[in-house]
Design a protein around this ligand. Sequence first.
Ligand code: SF4
Length: 189
Amino acid sequence: MGLETALPVDNILTTQLNRVINWARRSSLWPMPFATACCGIELMATASSRFDLARFGAEVMRFSPRQADLLIVAGRVAVKTLPVLQRIYQQMTEPKWVISMGACASTGGVFDTYAVVQGVDQFVPVDVYVPGCPPRPEMLIEGIMAIQRIIDSENIPRDPDGKRRPLQIAIEPNYAPRPQPVGVSIGAS
Ligand code: SF4
């Protein structure tokens, strides 16, 4: 769905125009934060000056789904909250992408209870899973960059009936956790 569906195919002008459209799309992702728990704090940190999500053109958080094309689910989702998440996803503009940030959003995490959704991908199509509890901002940025690469290559899979299929990309941890507690030394040796 979108502008390209109204354009003729196999035309050099159309191909170049598609490249420009994809460049514009990937350079101006507008995230819709669905932050329900601690992962949301890391999401906020990602937009802060230290990690500076603006470098990737994705810092314009929108709290109106109709103005957003990247849903970031950060934190556990209660069964009671699920209809809100689904409504937000449905109201977002096409083409749209979904990131599941953290163990809780992807699997329920430590909250193995009847009240918590055990993976939002059962209810919305997740394109990128960002692991961690919580994931560091660098990992979220990795996930956003993965979506940008997909937009660049126009590799948006669709079913035969034209419906969008989730990409289901799993991000690898990009840092090695240090054992805790970290040893300290006092004075010069
Ligand atoms: S994955 Fe960890 S940090 Fe994120 S919401 Fe769940 S408990 Fe909190």
